[in-house]
Design a protein around this ligand. Structure first.
Ligand code: HRO
Length: 312
């Protein structure tokens, strides 16, 4: 059986990789991902200038997942472009993803211009869904701004580009977002980012567990899998077929990956579980997915991608 896939007409020999923000903040972490069974990696979202991010503690793992309010700490887009462009010199090289995010549309344009002149030949992921920069609203929940960003970006950036979206919770919002997204030549949509502004409490100390925002942070892990699957399938049903779906959220075993692909995902990304288990997780996940495919008689992921059945 093969777990290979294609994104933006690029071949990946495995449909499993990291989620932006996890195990991808510097060259060391990116090299560890590159050596793992993951078929690619995506960098931490790079901004125009490096950022320290929010005060610690700003990440906390729980038995069912995680809460984070990192605040976009990163080395700056230039750093990630330098690392990735060096890795992509090797023969053969994998196809890589670089994530970036600006604080307004002009910054997004500047970021993509940097990518264009850098000689990067991979795929850009524009993060529209960081929930943890105090005072900055979730771009992904401001539909007019999303429309304006994509209109402006696609005037100047001609390379393969996907967007990372927050989770939506209303059918009308799926419809409205799909209507906007279908206007643009997107390579893919990546659903979902963490569920923003959750709250986890340590009841022995009667206290929150992260410092920023009085303990409010993005939720990942088991808590969000139903929401992630719904967003993957909702966009799979609504987007024109040349906009692919990357499924992120609640993946920690082969069954979770199988379900994301059943919902329409062409690639899946792992966040919270990767943070807990490290890059060895990709060998385990690949083994588990292949075992499921063998049991069910599927040879390639196209045999079951998007084939979720409803109850008539
Ligand atoms: O606080 C963060 O850095 C962060 N945390 C998230 O859970 N998602 C994001 O997109 C970002 Cl940018």
């Amino acid at each position: 059986v093969s777990t290979a896939t294609n994104i933006a007409q690029k071949k990946f020999d495995n449909c499993i990789m990291n989620a932006s923000g996890v195990w991808c903040s510097d060259e060391n972490e990116l090299t560890e991902l590159d050596r793992s069974e993951a078929s690619s990696f995506v960098t931490k979202s790079g901004t125009l200038q490096p950022r320290k991010g929010n005060p610690q503690p700003r990440y906390f793992p729980t038995s069912l997942g995680s809460i984070n309010s990192m605040g976009l700490p990163n080395q700056g887009l230039d750093y990630y472009l330098e690392v990735v462009n060096r890795l992509q010199q090797r023969k053969p090289h994998k196809n890589y993803f670089v994530s970036c995010t600006g604080f307004n549309v002009q910054e997004d344009i500047s970021l993509l211009k940097k990518v264009a002149v850098s000689g990067f030949t991979g795929v850009v992921e524009l993060n529209l869904s960081c929930p943890n920069v105090p005072g900055k609203p979730q771009t992904g929940y401001d539909f007019e701004t999303v429309d304006n960003i994509l209109k402006t970006v696609f005037k100047s950036y001609k390379g393969p580009l996907g967007v990372k979206l927050p989770p939506y919770f209303d059918i009308v919002h799926f419809n409205q977002m799909a209507q906007i997204l279908n206007k643009y030549p997107l390579a893919y949509v990546n659903s979902v980012n963490s569920i923003g502004n959750g709250l986890y409490i340590d009841d022995t100390q009667e206290q929150v567990v992260i410092k920023p925002k009085n303990g409010f942070g993005g939720i990942g892990g088991d808590y969000i899998k139903p929401t992630a699957l719904a967003n993957v399938h909702a966009f799979y049903q609504r987007l024109n077929p040349d906009i692919q779906i990357i499924g992120t959220g609640g993946i920690k075993n082969g069954r979770d990956i199988f379900e994301h692909i059943l919902c329409g995902a062409s690639m899946v990304q792992v966040g919270t579980a990767l943070m807990k288990e490290g890059p060895d997780i990709f060998a385990r996940l690949t083994r588990e997915l292949k075992a499921i495919m063998r049991d069910k008689g599927y040879e390639k992921i196209a045999d079951f991608k998007g084939k979720l059945q409803y109850i008539e």
